[in-house]
Design a protein around this ligand. Structure first.
Ligand code: ZN
Length: 151
């Protein structure tokens, strides 16, 4: 495993749409292992592959209740809404309040290609939305309704 460099805002790759994963091979597993190590080293709760410069629909998440890997994730259900502060490893120092669904159900493949369903509330729901946004070239500041550190 290796810690990879986290892409910072200003890099045009963050605005690009990531491609679907077709091959569940050792190259994907190395990417996942590296992303896991990179996320923990940066004290993050989630990381999308584009944040390490790879335009593939791959996300790793650990909101404190266990590590999960999401390949080709899709939001299949959203309920309610929540307003909370959000930040991003690619936007150091930036914090803002976003409106996200209160509960989110995500369908995704695991590292072997098997489809699984995950449900998240509170932080985990925000994290699912935030990371899946990255796969579509969206950063959280585009969702901010109130900037905390506005001058
Ligand atoms: Zn982010």
């Amino acid at each position: 495993m290796a810690i990879r460099n986290i892409v910072k805002i200003g890099d045009p790759i963050l605005a690009k749409t990531s491609r679907k994963v077709e091959k569940f091979d050792s190259r994907l597993w190395t990417l996942l292992d590296d992303m896991k190590e990179t996320m923990y080293a940066a004290n993050g709760v989630g990381l999308a592959a584009v944040q390490v410069g790879i335009l593939r629909r791959v996300v790793v998440i650990d909101c404190g209740d266990g590590y999960i890997e999401l390949i080709n994730p899709e939001i299949v259900k959203k309920e309610g809404e929540q307003f909370a502060e959000e930040g991003c490893l690619s936007l150091p120092g930036e914090v803002g309040t976003t409106c996200r669904p209160a509960t989110v159900r995500v369908q995704a493949q695991d590292r072997n290609g098997k489809w699984c369903v995950y449900t998240g509330e509170e932080l985990k729901a925000r994290c699912f939305c935030h990371e899946i946004d990255h796969l579509d070239g969206i950063v959280f500041t585009q969702r901010v309704i109130k900037k905390e550190n506005a001058q």
